[in-house]
Design a protein around this ligand. Structure first.
Ligand code: DGL
Length: 446
């Protein structure tokens, strides 16, 4: 499929449509919108918000989309899309040599979707042609092979889907991708990043999860920058491991690349919502450069070899302790066949002392109980206060500076891949950087 030459004014109506047709402009072309002295030049984007039919959306050279009313403006074609779609669509492209391309797997979320406002339906937008019109600069960075693996909001993600994603990533690596980018909803992207970290331990190439806080067709979307940075890191970093790549700050066109087991969504809407917790990003990347914070670990792992264990159990739980928490909740989990729980306790790793005897009983019955901290920053230390010491004696296993979500994913993975009697040992070990010997001060949330 080649869209070169087709008339493309997706989503435009009324005045904006008429002015664009008169100017001979299609989506993807570079246009100038002039208001007397002031003018804006950028690439015409598809329009999806049809409530105002006098507005055109253009992508500025800095990557941000702006909406401009054309009521008092003139529109001029600066240059047609030209080579934008001249490559074969990447989802159909064949003959890529090993290491020549990045595989892009879409799972859904805002970054991978376009909302059709008339119907309310969301459809995947990760065909090669969609991507190239969203981020034309990708052509200069890497050849891409895309697939829509699933199309869900990430709150609907579950352990069985982590396995599907792990298998898809693994087969792309086996097929010779230089790196794999996984487009994902932001809400639970940290969980999936942790899941892939464990499932593909020892991977020798970059696996990069990317999302966006604002959809690609909205003004000031972060999709463009995030995708560009993720593909660049996947192709050019040669850094093995699983990472999340998202905006580093609210206004900067730079992304932070954060280890998949130490990353957390810390804000509901800011573009720089993802933070490294108890560690630092491994790199900052923008369209022109890739700066490692840790030069020593750059490069392929030679002779490492991936230990592919893609299974995840749905018999693990994650529970945040709160004043008034009842032992009934833990008893219920055990009765329902759950095999273990990660607690996000208070401070250094506490729950009410009233729970200690019940917790000891549960542990004796074989139910596994792990402790992390709801503080997130810092690490649990259950030797400081009496409650902590009593919980240790009751058999609760402390998990240092591991994030509660990472610990939960790890427990789900360990239960599916190891005999029950080995799970405590697995949980206590640092397998992929999830458990640091010493916590790193990683800055503070502002
Ligand atoms: N609920 C969201 C999700 O995680 C949609 C928005 C987003 O992608 O961030 O899929």
């Amino acid at each position: 499929m080649c869209v070169l030459g087709e008339s493309r004014l997706e989503g435009y109506h009324g005045l904006a449509y008429r002015k664009l047709v008169e100017a001979g402009v299609n989506v993807g072309d570079t246009v100038e919108v002039s208001f007397g002295d002031e003018s804006f030049v950028g690439r015409l984007m598809p329009r999806v918000e049809s409530d105002d039919d006098s507005v055109v959306t253009i992508k500025l050279p800095n990557g941000y989309n702006i909406g401009l009313s054309v009521v008092d403006a003139s529109v001029r074609l600066v240059s047609p899309a030209g080579g934008l779609h001249q490559q074969p669509p990447v989802e159909e492209a064949v003959g890529f040599g090993a290491g020549e391309y990045v595989a892009l797997i879409s799972t859904g979320g805002t970054i991978a979707s376009r909302v059709e406002y008339e119907t309310g339906a969301v459809r995947p937008a990760l065909r090669a042609s969609d991507l190239m019109s969203l981020v034309p600069e990708l052509e200069g960075i890497s050849r891409l092979k895309t697939q829509v693996l699933m199309s869900i909001l990430s709150e609907d993600m579950k352990p069985a889907y982590w396995e599907r994603i792990a298998r898809a990533v693994y087969s792309e690596l086996e097929a010779g991708a230089a790196g794999v980018v996984v487009a994902h909803g932001t809400d639970t992207m940290g969980y999936t990043a942790a899941a892939l970290s464990f499932a593909l331990r020892g991977v020798d190439r970059p696996i990069v999860l990317v999302g966006s806080q604002r959809s690609s067709d909205r003004p000031s979307s972060d999709a463009y920058t995030n995708l560009l940075c993720a593909v660049k890191f996947a192709k050019e970093s040669f850094r093995p491991g699983v990472y999340v790549c998202m905006h580093a700050s609210t206004s900067d066109p730079t992304c932070a690349v954060i280890p998949g087991v130490k990353v957390r969504k810390m804000h509901t809407s800011r573009r720089d919502a993802f933070k490294a917790v108890n560690t630092r990003p491994v790199a900052f990347v923008d369209r022109d450069k890739l700066v490692f914070l840790d030069e020593s670990s750059k490069g392929y792992v030679v002779g490492g070899g991936v230990v592919f264990k893609p299974g995840f159990s749905d018999k693990a739980a994650l529970i945040e302790y709160y004043p008034g928490f009842s032992l009934d909740i833990l008893n219920w989990l055990a009765e329902k066949g759950y095999l273990g729980v990660v607690l996000a306790g208070t401070g250094l790793g506490h729950v009410s002392s009233e729970l200690v005897d019940g917790i000891a009983r549960l542990r004796r019955s074989g139910f596994l109980i792990y402790m992390t901290s709801q503080c997130l920053y810092g690490r649990v230390n259950m030797n400081v206060y009496t409650t902590g010491r009593r919980l240790l004696a009751a058999g609760v296993v402390p998990l240092g500076d591991m994030l509660p979500e990472t610990a939960y994913v790890k427990l789900s993975w360990a239960l599916a891949n190891y005999p029950l009697e080995e799970v405590d040992g697995v949980m206590r070990s640092n397998l992929v950087g999830e458990l640091s010997a010493r916590s790193v001060y990683s800055g503070e949330w502002t």
